[in-house]
Design a binder for this molecule. Structure first.
Ligand code: UD1
Length: 364
């Protein structure tokens, strides 16, 4: 069986790494990686391929940045050509980025089966581009691999056949546990990072990521968030690897960060993990970090109004803050207390990728 495994943007790379690795244990499966090129800067893409031991993609579509329509269209046109030439038996897409939507639509129209990994998550917020990507991808997928019970319920409510829904756990946690166990093996510039973490001492600094358009593309929202962060930084220094979108908008709006917030370029997976695993708290608007912090029991404050990953709030370490100054400060206090009663969600045990291939090998 010839399988295309699609990745395009930074959060995809953590998910395809364990899926690809596990595919090697299944004879009869030929897994080829297709990189759409949605993310292209070295530090947003190649660094992750190196860090996560992902082989060079069989195809690179070089789509690059653009408006949603332009980016999605470029990926679709390029991927259609590859599908016509190669005629895969199955296309595996992960997550909810524009590449996920683009490649699933192209595959389905070429009469190729689609498997969606991380299916069924819903924020019920249609102002989020990712929510549209999730809904469209799930509307046409043949296999739904889900990470948490809420996703099963969402898919059932939307009328998806139960025999197509597979609660396998979370491939991103497969990657996290694998990489965390190897963190001592080197490959990261611990000397540079120690300036921020080891010197500060375990649990004495916060780790921040912020890139969502709804948070950084609006000057007033962005300023409110940064004023809360500047206040937190007075007691706890913050380490902040800055996404290209955020850097651009901060410059445009003239946003001023406290000098106790250390601004860094985007980090590779290992460098980032090295820092956040020992943080007092992670402040983020990322989807994946909400889950990764829950898996390692690190307090997390999510700077968003909603989450498509409710298990992280229900039983994990996550606290939803909203995007106001008051909401973020309150959630910060609450997150530190919540840690003692947090637990790890079912099947987040590092074996999700294996389970996915077992299902596919049986059914395809
Ligand atoms: C995308 C995903 C989002 C994910 C995020 C992680 C969609 C709709 N959004 O958002 O779900 O959380 O990736 O990073 O797919 N840029 C660079 N270098 C790069 C890539 C982007 O400088 O390698 C800049 C460009 O100016 C671009 C902007 O960042 O316009 C945004 O990139 P884009 O891929 O459009 O969306 P993200 O905000 O990264």
């Amino acid at each position: 069986m010839k399988v295309f495994l699609i990745a395009g943007a930074r959060p995809n790379f953590m998910k395809i790494a364990p899926i690809y690795r596990a595919s090697q244990d299944f004879s009869g499966i030929e897994c080829k990686i297709v990189h759409t090129g949605q993310h292209y800067d070295h530090e947003m893409s190649q660094t992750f391929f190196d860090d996560l031991e992902i082989p060079t993609p069989a195809y690179h579509l070089e789509a690059g940045s653009g408006s949603h329509a332009v980016q999605t269209a470029k990926i679709m046109v390029a991927f259609e050509g590859v599908c016509e030439r190669e005629k895969p038996d199955l296309v595996v897409v992960v997550g909810d980025v524009n590449s996920t939507l683009a490649c699933s639509v192209v595959a389905k129209k070429a009469l190729v089966n689609v498997a969606h990994v991380e299916a069924g998550l819903r924020s019920f917020d249609l102002s989020m581009p990712e929510e549209i990507n999730r809904m469209v991808t799930d509307a046409i997928s043949d296999y739904f691999f889900v990470t948490e019970e809420s996703a099963v319920q969402n898919l059932v409510r939307e009328g998806k056949p139960v025999e197509r829904i597979h609660f396998v756990g979370h491939v991103m946690i497969d990657n996290l546990l694998y990489q965390n166990s190897k963190l001592g093996d080197g490959g990261i510039d611990v000397r540079a990072l120690s300036v921020y973490s080891l010197k500060q001492g375990k649990g004495s600094y916060a780790f921040l990521t912020l890139h969502r358009p709804s948070n950084v593309d609006n000057a007033q929202t962005f300023r409110g968030i940064v004023s809360a962060l500047n206040e937190i930084a007075e007691s706890t220094p913050i380490i902040f690897p800055v996404h290209p979108r955020t850097r651009k908008m901060a410059e445009r709006f003239g946003i001023e960060f406290s000098e106790r917030i250390t601004l860094l370029p985007p980090l590779g997976f290992k460098e980032s993990l090295f820092l956040w695993k020992d943080a007092e708290v992670v402040l983020t608007d990322s989807g994946g970090l909400q889950e990764e912090t829950t898996a390692l029991g690190v307090p997390c404050v999510t700077i968003r109004e909603n989450t498509e990953r409710p298990i992280t709030v229900e039983i994990g370490t996550n606290v939803l803050a909203g995007t106001t100054r008051e909401g973020i400060l309150k959630a910060y206090e609450e997150s530190l207390k919540k840690m003692a009663r947090a637990a790890i969600p079912p099947k987040w045990d590092g074996k999700a990728s294996e389970r996915i291939w077992e299902v596919l090998a049986r059914q395809c």
